[in-house]
Design a protein around this ligand. Structure first.
Ligand code: SF4
Length: 228
């Protein structure tokens, strides 16, 4: 199938949540200017998502071929043991918000805009997740992203973007030579149906991470992923 673009979902900032994130109390002198910026962001912002469903065509000890593209990762290969299709995806805050944020001169406003861009990215990711569940009847799924584990390093963004096609034209996201995405508030990865829950954080020993979604399991790799 061709890649599908999702860009027709509403983008509204939860003002109370934003206030909490920015630690701005009710009655603060900043409330008025924050409301102005939120109104601007909601007018300008066009978060977007893109995905492509492809079938798994081949598997080796530490690689998977899907959509004629080779992904090299032992963890991905084991996680896809009983999957016959995957959903390569990309979600972004959108270039519109990025350009708007870059036009702000006040440093505090730039920080606020940065948080709003994260919220836009989250709304794109949620819209994508909901769409996949509705359109493809997905039950339990898990995701993996290039760069989240040594086993599947950042350069694996290249085959992922090869699979997704011309993302700069479709959703305005560019992959740099160092495999970073621009706009920076973008996420990419593979979502796959699975019987068992999985989070990359289970295999990641990083001691302090504000984004941790599951505890580190020091023996999981040995138990489940080590080649016999
Ligand atoms: S713990 Fe943090 S760095 Fe490690 S995989 Fe989870 S989110 Fe990524």
């Amino acid at each position: 199938m061709d890649a599908v673009v999702l860009d027709q979902f509403p983008f509204q900032i939860d003002f109370g949540h934003l206030q909490q994130r920015l630690r701005i109390k009710e009655g603060s002198e900043h409330i008025g200017e924050l409301k102005d910026l939120v109104a601007q962001a909601e007018t300008v912002g066009r978060p977007k998502a893109l995905y492509k469903m492809v079938f798994v065509e081949d598997k080796g000890d530490d690689y998977v071929v899907a959509g004629s593209v080779i992904f090299t990762s032992r963890v991905l290969r084991v996680n896809l043991a009983s999957s016959y299709r995957i959903f390569a995806y990309l979600a972004t805050c959108g270039t519109e918000l990025e350009v708007w944020a870059a036009s702000l001169e006040d440093l505090l406003h730039q920080y606020w805009a940065n948080v709003m861009m994260e919220m836009a990215l989250r709304s794109a990711f949620s819209a994508l997740r909901d769409h996949l569940v509705d359109r493809w009847n997905l039950a339990r799924t898990a995701t993996m992203s290039p760069g989240s584990l040594d086993d599947w390093p950042l350069p694996q963004q290249r085959p992922l973007f090869t699979l997704l096609g011309n993302t700069e034209t479709s959703v305005g996201v560019r992959l740099t030579d160092s495999y970073l995405m621009l706009p920076i508030k973008s996420v990419s990865g593979i979502r796959f149906p699975t019987e068992e829950s999985f989070e990359s954080c289970q295999l990641c020993p990083r001691p302090v991470c504000p984004g941790r979604r599951a505890p580190y399991d020091a023996t999981l790799y040995e138990r489940k992923y080590r080649l016999g």
